[in-house]
Design a protein around this ligand. Structure first.
Ligand SMILES: [Zn+2]
Ligand SMILES: [Zn+2]
Ligand SMILES: [Zn+2]
Length: 321
């Protein structure tokens, strides 16, 4: 039994084996792990936890766990690479596709308390993430984007910084990789952002590329801030559309949604956002369509007003034929 009686260690985490994705674990079936109880503080909740360190395969760099198991379970991520355990994707991609709210506190004091609290609610190795109620369009998107095969290249040693400067004298003995660095966006990230799924350049790239492949490339005309929804349910109303849009975009404030113009007769609607950025994020989240009133609606970018003859009304939208 763990020494629970030690009051000074209340909330500290002990574990027998790390929660890892296949890639981080490596392909060596005889893996040996070194374990250090309370080896360091968790990269997100700051509580001391059991740190594991291992070599994921010959020629690979040593890997180590950087967040505690409670934090890993809350977000269903690997303790080392922080990618989603089911889809192998950054949390920002997963949460955008599924319309998940990030309710884990980010302030120093609250996050420790939150993790400790969550610990009691988590059973065994079960994740706290409930994807049961997520939209099927979002799940389809994740299935398309998922990286399910292990990607061992990710475990290679880091690039030799001396080699890059032309100064490495270790030659073939050098444990680091002697190659030119490609602009690696991962190096500009921090643990907190990747874990909480915000400001993640890798996620942005994945989402942007996917939206483009689905015909949702953001139009050049920056004044376009609207999306066009078609194939709406005959039961949809302006209110039901508005409500479900805001639910699908938990990071968008109701005030950022300028207006919803529902054209019931043609079962379509214009969604006008205040900011272009919000509109782009919505297009990315709905790259595979999205469900309103039980119907999967198609999403397109609105058209530029300039390219159309002026409409003799105060309407701020253009209707697609
Ligand atoms: Zn933690
Ligand atoms: Zn991993
Ligand atoms: Zn070197």
């Amino acid at each position: 039994m763990p020494p629970k009686a030690d009051i000074n260690k209340a909330g500290w985490e002990q574990s027998e084996f790390p929660i890892l994705c296949e890639t981080c674990l490596g392909d060596n079936p005889f893996i040996r792990m070194s374990k250090q109880e309370f080896g360091r503080s968790c990269g997100t909740c700051a509580r001391p936890f059991t740190v594991f360190r291992w070599n994921p395969g010959s020629g690979m760099r040593f890997k180590t766990t950087v967040v505690c198991q409670t934090c890993a379970k809350i977000k269903n991520v690997c303790q080392t690479c922080l990618l989603d355990l089911e889809y192998g994707l950054p949390t920002q991609v997963r949460d955008t596709a599924l319309g998940f709210v990030n309710d884990a506190p980010t302030s120093d004091i609250n996050r420790e308390y939150y993790a400790q609290n969550m610990e009691g609610k988590l059973e065994g190795n079960k994740s706290a993430l409930d994807t049961g109620k997520a939209q099927s369009a979002g799940k389809d998107m994740l299935k398309q984007l998922a990286r399910t095969d292990p990607y061992y290249k990710r475990n290679r040693p880091k690039i030799c910084s001396f080699f890059v400067k032309g100064e490495c004298t270790r030659g073939t003995e050098c444990p680091y990789r002697h190659e030119k660095p490609v602009d690696n966006e991962l190096s500009h990230q921090n643990i907190q952002d990747r874990y909480h799924g915000r400001n993640d350049p890798v996620a942005r790239k994945i989402l942007g590329t996917h939206a483009e492949s689905q015909g949702l490339k953001p139009p050049e005309d920056q004044t376009i801030t609207s999306l066009f929804l078609s194939s709406l349910s005959p039961n949809s109303t302006e209110l039901s559309i508005r409500t479900q849009i805001l639910k699908a975009l938990p990071t968008v404030q109701p005030t950022e949604l300028k207006s919803v113009v529902h054209v019931a007769k043609s079962r379509c609607a214009f969604i006008n956002f205040k900011e272009r950025d919000t509109c782009e994020r919505a297009a990315e989240a709905w790259a595979n369509g999205f469900e309103i009133d039980g119907e999967r609606v198609a999403v397109k970018w609105g058209r530029s007003r300039a390219s159309k003859p002026p409409v003799p009304s105060t309407s701020s939208v253009s209707v697609e034929s």
